[in-house]
Design a protein around this ligand. Sequence first.
Ligand code: 5RP
Length: 218
Amino acid sequence: MTQDELKKAAAIAALDYVEDGMIVGVGTGSTVNHFIDGLAGIKERIAGAVSSSEASARRLEAHGIPILDLNDITDLPVYVDGADEIDAGFCMIKGGGGALTREKIVAAVARRFICICDTSKKVACLGRFPLPVEIIPMARAYVERELAGIGGRPELRDGFVTDNGNLILDVHGLMITSPRALETELNQIVGVVTNGLFARRGADVLLLATPAGVERQV
Ligand code: 5RP
């Protein structure tokens, strides 16, 4: 199977978590795109979707799936999203697509986070994938110095502006042995909007697509 076929298998497996009348939180990325396409097949059964990015919103809209404003919702039963890396404790690095801030907000509201991945994303230790950090543009040089101070090598994501009008620094060279602590520490740097560690609110369920089938891990 190709990596894209594995991504699709994980995404389709996540449809089992969508119940009649539900509002569904929708992540961002190529794996989630398969989920959105699958959701289109059962769109009459759901109340609508909350999107974590403009890109996912456009795809949902193209399928005629109603988009709801997170501020109008008090209960979000499920959020489905991919990851760039996920460890054994279901802590993740996310934000390869640059949507980390809205993803983290929707994930915070959701009762259950279903992570959909192919096997290449499962790691023993987070950090080989550069950690995305969304920053306020005027703080770029300061945040770069702070990140270098904790041993990272920040690189500005060239020509990229987030849905919130901010920049992304991709931080190389971090061996993340304490993801919750590092997530908290990075949040204290002035000018950081969000970092791509999803450890304080990790995934609840991992649907891991392998060539032998989709493993459901809880
Ligand atoms: C986007 C994300 C994605 O979930 C992550 O980058 C995985 O993407 P893909 O499904 O394309 O491999 O965090 O901000």
